[in-house]
Design a protein around this ligand. Structure first.
Ligand code: TYM
Length: 330
């Protein structure tokens, strides 16, 4: 029997942060043997916010290289750039006609992002979830690994697919959503009530980026907010800062939260934060080494990118064709 299909994507909108790594990339890696996985640099999604043209290409290459550096094998997986497969935009248009404005208006990310970009509330920001649905449905993906913040978008994707199938028969695969039990929402280090973001610009100490040098990581960790209890215990309601650090530590060292709590029993927060910092540094070291190696030869990287797009397009063209035929296009 052929392997089931996995699809997921990350926006090239900054250096990926530890939240992206723990919430999404760790699962990407875990799935690569058992599934036929497609991992996408979703550059079309990134232009809902203005980008400097001279930097954009570098950010796309950077994320592409980081996928590989973080442990995704480009032979085993299909790693590619969204704009290299034009079917994404094509299917998104069709799906726009099966999505209601009321549904899009309810999306919390649209509301948040419109608040933050008051001078540029473009239509792309509004129809963004439809493009996301197209990304996934274009490959007949069975499973989509994401962090908690993308859940509402993926539920809409399922609703669109179910609606389409009700009209035309079983054309689209309705995907399952995969969200990690621990680490689906890594919080800002200095504001643990809000999620860590790769586009953080206000306070860089809130996010750890995958390309941060070890001394930067340790300094950011040192400044992470805890509380005044001096007790390393998992309690998201009363101890959000400590719980966030415990989550990071547990996911990176692969030990349970309970074992981590035991490990830090009787230890002060300075010791605890230092240990979490070291776990992050040790995780990032091999990723950064591999990243540097890959970026020393962008031409070779571009060959991999082209191969990825060709592999992706072979599947996308077929689904696009079936979907168009179902609607009745001649
Ligand atoms: P993006 O680029 O914002 O984030 C990429 C992935 O990282 C997860 N994530 C987090 N997980 C835990 N803690 C956090 N603080 C954190 N921040 C981000 C996100 O949930 C996501 O899984 N629209 C998507 C990209 C996308 C996509 C898709 C995803 C486009 N098409 C199709 C899945 C399927 C986005 O902006 O993710």
């Amino acid at each position: 029997m052929s392997k089931k299909i996995v699809f997921s994507g990350i926006q090239p909108s900054g250096v990926p942060a530890l939240g992206n790594y723990i919430g999404a990339m760790l699962n990407f890696k875990a799935l690569q043997d058992e599934y036929n996985c497609l991992y996408c640099v979703v550059d079309l999604h990134a232009i809902t916010v203005r980008r400097a043209p001279e930097l954009f290409g570098d950010h796309v290459r950077r994320l592409f290289a980081l996928y590989i550096a973080a442990g995704l094998d480009p032979e085993k997986n299909t790693i590619f750039v969204q704009s290299h497969v034009p079917e994404h935009s094509q299917l998104a248009w069709l799906l726009n006609c099966y999505t209601y404005v009321g549904e899009l208006g309810r999306m919390t990310q649209f509301k948040d992002k419109s608040r933050k970009n008051e001078d540029n509330i473009n239509a792309g920001l509004y129809t963004y979830p439809v493009l996301m649905a197209a990304d996934v449905l274009l490959y007949g993906a069975h499973l989509v690994p994401i962090g908690d913040d993308q859940k509402q978008h993926m539920e809409l994707c399922r609703d669109i697919a179910i609606r389409f199938n009700k009209i035309y028969g079983d054309v689209l695969v309705v995907p399952e959503i995969m969200i990690p039990k621990i680490g689906a929402r890594i919080m800002k280090l200095q504001d643990p009530l809000h999620k860590m973001d790769k586009s953080e610009s206000e306070n860089l100490n809130n996010s750890i980026f995958l390309l941060d040098e070890p001394d930067i990581v340790m300094a950011k960790m040192k400044k992470a907010v805890t509380d005044s209890d001096a007790l390393v215990k998992y309690d998201t309601e009363n101890k959000p800062g400590v719980s966030n650090l415990l989550t990071i530590y547990s996911r990176l060292t692969k030990i349970s939260i309970q074992d981590a709590e035991r490990e830090f029993e009787g230890k002060n927060y300075g010791f605890f934060k230092n240990a979490v910092g070291e776990a992050v540094v040790e995780t990032l070291r091999p990723i950064q080494d591999e990243y540097k190696r890959l970026r020393a030869d962008d031409a070779a990287l571009d060959v991999l990118m082209k191969k990825g797009a060709e592999k992706a397009r072979a599947i996308a063209a077929k689904v696009m064709d079936e979907t168009s035929k179902a609607i009745g296009f001649i």
